[in-house]
Design a protein around this ligand. Sequence first.
Ligand SMILES: Cc1ncc(C[n+]2csc(CCOP(=O)(O)OP(=O)(O)O)c2C)c(N)n1
Ligand SMILES: [Mg+2]
Length: 662
Amino acid sequence: MQPTDRRLANAIRALAMDAVEAANSGHPGMPMGMADAATALFTRHLKFDASDPHWPDRDRFILSAGHGSMLIYALLYLTGYDRPTIDDIRRFRQLGSPTAGHPENFELAGVEVTTGPLGQGVAMAVGMAIAERHLNAVYGDDLVDHRTFVIAGDGDLMEGINHEAVGLAGHLQLGRLIVLWDDNNITIDGSTELSRNEDVIARHEAAQWHTCECNGLDSHAVDRAIKEALADPRPSLIRCQTIIGFGAPTKQGTAATHGAALGNEEVEAARGELGLEPTEFTVPDDVLTAWRAAGKRGSVEHALWKERLESSGRKDEFLHRLNGKVSDAWLKPYVDKLLDDLKPVATRKASEMALETINAAIPSTIGGSADLTGSNNTKTRNIEPLTPQSYAGRYIYYGIREFGMAATMNGMALHGGVIPYGGTFLVFTDYARPAIRLSALQNARVIYVMTHDSIGLGEDGPTHQPIEHLQSLRAMPQLEVYRPADAVETAECWALALQSEGPSILALTRQNVQPVRTAKSDENRCARGAYRLKSAGNARKVILLATGSEVEIALAAAEQLEGEGVGADVVSMPCTERFDAQPWDYREDILPDVSNREILRVSIEAGTTIGWERYTGLHGLRIGIDRFGVSAPAPDAYKFFGLTPDAIVGRVLEQMKQREIA
Ligand SMILES: Cc1ncc(C[n+]2csc(CCOP(=O)(O)OP(=O)(O)O)c2C)c(N)n1
Ligand SMILES: [Mg+2]
């Protein structure tokens, strides 16, 4: 006899309670409250095959309420994924176990995205739904025809990013996105009445979503609600009314179940209440069998899909696209052509020029901007907008939603088959930063086109002029920050970003810069992160290290120094992370490890100097800006901050004198 849904759901409850108890850490309330809804979703609707978590046409499931990680771990175990095993679940939240505190996409197949920072899961789901519709438009129903389901908590819907994500999803009419809201009226501080009186349903409806409500503790009611959502062409919000910690006799319905072990006594009482096995981490045989059958539900559809793939004339192209590898064959011919006709150009414009070629050569790119298309130069002439009428388009008008854009791009990148890039001003990486951090943590290939990268943007002044941004982004692990100096370097950095497995930031100028790379080269010189652009003519006394728009200033300063008989190398350093990864002998060649009395090392970057001592040495000369900017035309701002060849040469000579460098 098939066990009841309630018994299936209770297996989730049991594992959640036991794992949190064993770790004495974690969040039992959410999985216990949503166990019935998750049972309805996983046993009747979600299209998946536990034996192949990477099946490209699977439905995507995102647990936006990542603190309830035991919900997804229980589901993956019960439905028969290879991992987590029951031992992994016993080792919930322990060092080396894939059952990390919050679900991590790099730990377990079946965990599509990393969640935990509330709100971002829903926004990433929007990106997944966009990627699905786009690939469907390109490859058709036979190969791409799936949905994106989300479980979200009160917190996910309260976060600011939710407004951005909901607005974008409604606008793009992403009807295959279905969010199940765990409406339990509880957050950490207690009742949601403490902090919320908005009408969540009305807000979604105002954003052109379909909504419905159900008793989230009744799997059949949830089932009906999901059916209704599936039938509606709009994105759907299903309000599942639940009780947090359902089944814990004295604690259910209270914040006490949110984020702490229930305690032995309460767990034992819950076992009685729910009719669970007496021993921990135990699932009754008939229940496990039923769950395992649910994990195989999709196998027939999966087999049919494979047949369609085999008989598709586009099989190779489709698989190539999904594996994500891109060639940089476009780069050399493009750069050679650039070199034939050198002229000053802003690197944001150089980025657009490179993108014309890239977008033609690589069909998986999808561009966009947070309402700064004309400033970020992100839309090339050869791509059309992605709209509800035409999901095949490759350009997204994200609106003024920087955080939403970044999280959406994470979802797109992790869906696979597309390479998202999107722009805003570099200073507004602050608005997108939590999602940039998740790009890095998740190793998602998202390319951030961040223009107006310094005081060089001029008149808009201190609110718009990045100062600490470059260095603070460089401080983020697994993120590559590129600041190219001219059109050639911009193209090279684009090639590196496209070939990277993780995220990149391209910091680009608003103002024109002189070409600094004028000779043909067989290699991508930016690949080493820093390289000697000009060697000292006289005996080398100085190394000028510069990035982006300051490289041409460094070259001019070096020329003056040479005129004074002082030999000066100029090193262009478009990507510090890549330079740091070079072998010792290369780094030693570029930046010899000698005292600043022998060779003075000087960094020049129109931003904070904090951190540059890493390359100049503690007593090297760091030229930059350690205060907020000024509202003025760019040349005046550069002069004001001493970022001119004359001012730099003056400071270098003075330092040399002080240090008695002859
Ligand atoms: C951006 C962010 N802020 C704060 C937290 C800490 N936090 C984790 S869960 C939670 C409460 C969430 O409430 P709800 O979504 O209703 O979850 P429930 O208590 O119902 O399980 C908070 C504040 C977080 N994970 N992410
Ligand atoms: Mg809640």
